[in-house]
Design a protein around this ligand. Structure first.
Ligand code: Z5A
Length: 258
């Protein structure tokens, strides 16, 4: 059983923090977890990252950005993500293709159809099972990132320095994409305390683990009844209420931890 989970959100939304907490939790449960990030995660990807985020590269065109992010993505998908999924592991990736749609598409105004085509080439069609979107107010996120930068814990990169209107378009783009595919996107209010956000993420991941478990060949078909309960569990996860999702999962005749 493999699971591919990506984390999306504006700067300072808390992706890195939440991935670390989720990774520890899943490892404790015995799952083989690989946490990685974009751009980067491979030798070539890290070199591309340095070009992309260098604050001095102020004349970089949006099209160049889209192609460079996609080149780094092609490397990480082929060399890191697919191999781990093929071994039955769980991949947690800090940003993925939806970042290109949000930043280069909605943010910079590049044509979404073209970006979908480039992305399909880079990912060979690999899509996440779950996209966790941490929705933070743009100003709050930028303040968090600036505070982390001033404390020496984060870079202040070329894309951070875009104007606030750009960051608002990015957020709006994310919300539109999430609204179109509610079964794959888990939208969480990231203005909340860390533990509340983590509890909602775990609830959503548990629901996906149960779904992946049920889909394994050789297991009894959950039947319509089980499927309905599973759908309720996934919807409860979307509501951000861990108690509700646990209640729904308990009605299913499967465990969600190994
Ligand atoms: N980009 C793109 O344009 N196109 C693409 O295709 C891809 C990326 C893949 C990568 O930057 C940039 O590339 C990114 C998008 C663009 N834009 N920018 N800038 P990056 O990798 O350097 O950074 P990032 O992905 O944007 O993440 P981040 O800004 O570093 O933040 P984060 O990982 O989401 O948050 P964090 O590091 O966990 O938390 C930030 C601070 O907030 C930290 O001090 C935390 O302690 C604090 N924090 C976290 N959660 C909370 C809560 N809940 N309350 C209070 N404080 C909190």
């Amino acid at each position: 059983m493999s699971l591919f989970i990506t984390f999306e959100g504006s700067e300072g939304s808390g992706k890195t923090t939440q991935i670390e907490l989720l990774s520890e939790y899943l490892e404790e449960k015995g799952y083989p977890v690989l946490a990685t990030r974009e751009p980067g995660g491979t030798s070539i990807g890290d070199q591309i990252r340095a070009i992309l985020l260098n604050p001095h590269n102020t004349d970089m065109l949006p099209a160049s950005e889209a192609l460079l992010f996609s080149a780094a993505r092609a490397q990480i998908v082929n060399q890191v993500i697919r191999p781990h999924l093929a071994r039955g592991g769980i991949v947690l990736c800090d940003r993925y293709a939806d970042s290109t749609l949000a930043y280069q598409g909605y943010g910079h105004g590049l044509e979404l159809e073209t970006l979908h085509a480039i992305t399909a080439l880079a990912t060979e069609g690999l899509k996440p099972d779950l996209i966790v979107y941490l929705d933070v107010d743009v100003e709050e996120g930028l303040q968090r990132k600036l505070a982390a930068h001033n404390a020496g814990h984060a870079e202040w990169n070329r894309i951070d320095q875009q104007e606030a209107a750009f960051h608002r378009r990015v957020r709006e783009g994310y919300l539109q994409m999430a609204a179109r595919e509610p079964d794959r996107w888990l939208v969480i209010d990231a203005n909340q305390p860390l533990e509340v956000i983590q509890a909602s993420i775990r609830a959503g991941v548990k629901a996906k683990l149960v779904a992946a478990h049920l889909a394994r060949p050789g297991l009894p078909n959950p039947g319509q009844m089980g499927q309905n309960q599973l759908n309720s569990a996934c919807q409860a996860a979307g509501s951000g209420d861990p108690a509700r999702v646990n209640e729904q999962l308990a009605k299913l005749d499967v465990g969600c931890s190994r």
